[in-house]
Design a protein around this ligand. Structure first.
Ligand code: NAD
Ligand code: MG
Length: 402
């Protein structure tokens, strides 16, 4: 039996401490979220911690934060984890464990990477929780079923992705979607901004992982180098805010200080600016609608004496257009796009395909999309499985040809 959570009073006047369920706690977003919790210990308590397989880190986190529950996806690591957690902390395992844990606490931060985050998103929304969403892949691939779960009374998504968190903040300046002319998503451009196709032929994994402005997990860092991350974020913005694809524009902004903008019907453009540091959007989503104390330094305007904006090079960074195409197609097309991309990125990170072949694998996978109907979560899981099989075949074919 899992103990009750969320009764201690907090730093928020008249409000109890916010109980946070943090799935993906050992990753880049997860560890930064724990920094936010450490910086305002009176405002938060940690109800749940969860990760794929890193027993030692998860055990150390559990001993520091004393959650009610820890979840580990890897069943074979559960027995070892049970010895690492303090008394009173229950260990749950596998996908069912993630689902059970994602209905605890006041706010569920989904910081799992990839399609594996879908059970967390669905369980949190289906139980009427506030979902602080970093795991964009679940919303993108599972859109038809996630949107349904979002209708559950009390369910709410507050985005952690910095651009969407910026849009969420900017949208508070208007009355609703009818006042929105355009969403302008900014992109850093990644490590290969400004390069011609021929200059990108032999790029290495290390070069793709050297992001100029953000320090993130390997999958999203590679996605940033191909602009697939921005393509996924276009779909994410459409799904989150209900704005049509013709009214979502991508602009490259190398300083990563303007995190995104909303253009309203009267021509006013509202932007959110801050140093590029994920603790701001994480804290925003955990504390919403209250703002937390400052987590890091203010913008130094001498450093940012000018801010640059340019259009993305869609011929070199084909993944952006592929994602927009999948988004416009709708249904399960984004699930096929996402699965193809996850397989391609893993193959690139393992040295099986080149950087340029990532877009090819995604394009060929999307080309095989069969327009199957989607009415329940099993349809999404089946689409993901079939798309992965197809993408893996494309990767093998490229390996043989190399
Ligand atoms: P990461 O690789 O650093 O961490 C991933 C976390 O997910 C780890 O804790 C890992 O144990 C856990 N995990 C992986 N597979 C799992 C599974 N099957 N079951 C349970 N847990 C599992 O990734 P990250 O950079 O922190 O990114 C996490 C998510 O946030 C991604 O969806 C990413 O797109 C999004 N995001 C990240 C950033 C960033 O700055 N890192 C910014 C915006 C959005
Ligand atoms: Mg982002």
């Amino acid at each position: 039996m899992i103990r009750e959570v969320g009764s201690r009073s907090s730093g928020f006047p008249g409000r109890d401490a916010i109980a946070v369920s943090l799935l993906g706690s050992t990753g880049s977003i997860g560890t930064q979220a724990l920094k936010v919790v450490r910086s305002e210990p009176e405002s938060f308590e940690v109800a749940v911690l969860g990760a794929a397989s890193s027993v030692d880190v998860l055990g150390a986190q559990a001993r520091e934060f004393h959650p009610k529950v820890v979840v580990i996806a890897d069943r074979s690591a559960a027995a070892k984890l049970a010895h690492e957690v303090p008394p009173g902390t229950e260990v749950l395992v596998g996908t069912e464990g993630l689902e059970q844990a994602a209905v605890l606490g006041d706010v569920v931060l989904n910081a799992v990477v990839g399609f594996a985050g879908l059970p967390v998103t669905l369980a949190a929304l289906g139980s009427g929780k506030r979902l602080a969403l970093a795991n964009k892949e679940s919303l993108i691939a599972g859109a038809p079923v996630v949107q349904r779960a979002r209708q559950t009374p009390g369910a709410e998504i507050v985005p952690v992705d910095s651009e969407h968190c910026a849009l969420h903040q900017c949208l508070r300046a208007g009355l609703g979607p009818e006042e929105v002319e355009r969403l302008v998503l900014t992109a850093s451009g990644g490590p290969f901004r400004g390069r011609a196709r021929t200059e990108l032929e032999g790029v290495t994994v290390e070069e793709a992982l050297a992001h100029p402005t953000w320090s993130m997990g390997p999958k999203i860092t590679v996605d940033s180098s191909t602009l697939m991350n921005k393509g996924l974020e276009v779909i994410e913005a459409h799904e989150l805010f209900g704005i049509g694809y013709d009214r979502i524009q991508v602009v490259v902004h190398p300083q990563s200080v303007v995190h995104s903008m909303v253009e309203f019907s009267d021509g006013a453009v509202v932007a959110q600016l801050s140093e590029p540091d994920m603790r701001l959007p994480i804290g925003y989503a955990l504390g919403y609608p209250r703002r937390l104390r400052r987590q890091f330094g203010a913008i130094d305007w001498r450093e940012f004496s000018h801010l640059d904006f340019e259009l993305p090079d869609r011929d070199v960074f084909e993944c952006l257009g592929l994602a927009e195409q999948a988004g416009r197609e709708g249904g399960l097309a984004p699930a096929w796009l996402n699965a193809g991309n996850e397989v391609a990125v893993a193959a690139f990170l393992h040295g099986r395909i080149s950087w340029g072949e990532i877009a090819q694998v995604v394009a060929e996978t999307l080309g095989a999309f069969d327009r199957a109907k989607v009415s329940e979560v099993a349809d999404v899981i089946e689409a993901d499985r079939r798309a992965r099989l197809h993408a893996e075949q494309v990767v093998r074919h490229k390996e043989r040809a190399a």
